[in-house]
Design a protein around this ligand. Structure first.
Ligand code: PGA
Length: 253
């Protein structure tokens, strides 16, 4: 069985101090939770402090991106080994904000993915269509292309440890989440492709998260879909009570 995952993407929010306060408040709220993998993704600056605050708890720490080279003259970039050493065990890759604002492409997502795997980070690879693409009937074709190119060169054994997040761009930060049926359709399609490309065993183990306006009030119906294995949460992950409620919403799946 796939263990559900709830990951909070903090984007460019929270100072080191705010991030540590959050984790200290979250700890007792989720201390009794077993069976849900809980992850928070602070900005690079807070990774180390958050990892310290989360040590010996059931809360894992993720980076929000990384560069594919090990080191070098890449001003402003951070490598997989660096975030790993700082305490991250996961990394979000190819988030739509990275794609639209900072030039990430399927090709560079793939490079980052390879670097993440080499550093033994669990990648959370984001794919998703824009509103225009959905209205043009291109959703599944867009997902196919993003998935195929992002995962180029990955083995079945590696896929089992990769997390894919379906995040329709029109649902991110808009308050307009995909309906459970829309999410379910996309996820079932993605798992079918993974089965086709990587074999049934690997595809069954790969976790598929939904992201886009997930809130305490909609997590239960989204995660009730057979191929929705959890959520990547933006805005609602910034408030500790709401994030803890979303984690609890994934219990008993
Ligand atoms: P949102 O963001 O939950 O605020 O819609 C999701 C994301 O960007 O991962």
């Amino acid at each position: 069985m796939r263990q559900p995952m709830i990951a909070g993407n903090w984007k460019m929010f929270k100072t080191v101090h705010e991030a540590v306060v959050f984790v200290k408040e979250l700890r007792p709220l989720v201390a009794d939770v077993t069976g849900v993998e809980i992850v928070v993704a602070p900005p690079f600056t807070a990774i180390h402090a958050v990892a310290e605050a989360a040590r010996n708890t059931n809360i894992g720490v993720s980076a929000q991106s990384l560069h594919w080279e090990r080191e070098g003259a890449f001003t402003g970039e951070v490598s997989a080994g660096m975030v790993r050493e700082a305490g991250a065990e996961y990394v979000i890759l190819g988030h739509s904000e990275r794609r639209t604002l900072f030039g990430d492409t399927d090709l560079t997502v793939n490079r980052r993915l390879m670097a993440a795997l080499a550093a033994e980070l669990t990648p959370i690879v984001c794919v998703g269509e824009t509103l225009e693409q959905r209205e043009g009937g291109q959703t599944l074709a867009v997902l196919d292309q993003q998935l195929k190119q992002s995962l180029d060169g990955v083995t079945g054994a590696q896929l089992a440890a990769i997390v894919v997040a379906y995040e329709p761009v029109w649902a991110i930060g808009t308050g307009r989440n995909a309906t459970p049926a829309q999410a379910g359709e996309a996820h079932t399609h993605l798992r079918g492709r993974l089965r086709q490309w990587f074999g049934a065993d690997a595809a069954e183990q790969c976790r598929l998260l939904y992201g886009g306006s997930v809130k305490p009030g909609n997590i239960a119906t989204l995660i009730a879909e057979a191929d929705v294995d959890g959520a990547l949460v933006g805005g609602a992950s910034l408030d500790v009570a709401s994030f803890a409620e979303i984690v609890r919403g994934a219990l008993g799946r």
